[in-house]
Write a protein that binds this ligand. Structure first.
Ligand SMILES: Nc1ncnc2c1ncn2[C@@H]1O[C@H](COP(=O)(O)OP(=O)(O)OP(=O)(O)O)[C@@H](O)[C@H]1O
Ligand SMILES: [Mg+2]
Length: 221
């Protein structure tokens, strides 16, 4: 299975989600490789920190910033899952990878420019639909870094705005909140599952719900 984590917007959580998806799949017992297609190499940087600090188990990370499509297809024949971390605004690679992927997860934040960018990404994917083997790029939007305050409605508002602007868009019900544990884990070369449960419990629950929902979508489409 090829999972691409991509978006045209920078800083929305692509690398963070790609790393944690790969790590989660590996923890669940499947073989996985994380392909860092971003020239800024955040996933590879995380992997270097992980190795340096001796965090186990090792997670295989391959850096392929130029024309990764063929490499990804080759790896998909050798691993249960290939997770691709994409750079922001890289429409050339987006075209190459979305047409071969089994699932595109697009993290978005709730700000206006983030949502406008998500609409553009969705429109771009509709143009790529004919090139996908199933005739439809299997894209889901994951709302990330939503405010934690119980009475904050921005995640719900964002979902409604996207559904209004994009007919048929799939915005996952599970919402990832803005939680410091994500940054702490990244700095330590760890996934959030490898952090103390007392600190990571809420983030882990939200993430697992998001990933399960995304994989359910993938298995049905
Ligand atoms: N749910 C979250 N809560 C708190 N911080 C988060 C969350 N998700 C991501 N972050 C933090 O946001 C920052 C940007 O995340 P990340 O590097 O994954 O984004 P990106 O989309 O890959 O950025 P780029 O476009 O530069 O590649 C990081 O410091 C990361 O730890
Ligand atoms: Mg990144």
């Amino acid at each position: 299975m090829i999972i691409v984590v991509g978006h045209e917007k920078g800083g929305v959580g692509k690398s963070t989600l790609a790393i944690n998806i790969a790590s989660r799949i590996q923890t669940d017992g499947a073989s996985v490789v994380l392909v860092d297609t971003d020239t800024s190499a955040s996933s590879s940087g995380w992997s270097t920190i992980r190795e340096h600090l001796g965090v186990t188990p090792a997670l295989t990370v391959v850096q392929r910033s130029a024309s990764p499509g063929a490499t990804v297809v080759d790896l998909a024949g050798r691993y249960d899952a290939v997770v691709c971390d994409m750079g922001a605004g890289d429409y050339q690679k987006l075209r190459d990878l979305t047409t071969i992927c089994d699932l595109l997860i697009a993290p978005t934040q709730v700000g206006q420019t983030d949502l406008e960018s998500t609409v553009r990404l969705w429109q771009a994917c509709r143009k790529l639909d004919p090139a996908h083997k199933k005739g439809h790029v299997p894209m889901v939007v994951a709302i990330n870094r939503a405010p934690v305050a119980w009475n904050n409605t921005e995640a719900t508002d964002a979902r409604e705005a996207l559904q209004t602007a994009c007919n048929g868009i799939v915005v996952l019900d599970a919402v990832l909140r803005d939680r410091k544990i994500w940054r702490d884990a990244g700095k330590q070369g760890r996934s959030i599952f490898e952090m103390p449960p007392r600190d990571s419990e809420k983030a882990v629950r939200e993430f697992d719900e998001m990933l399960q929902e995304a994989l359910r979508y993938q298995s049905k489409h």
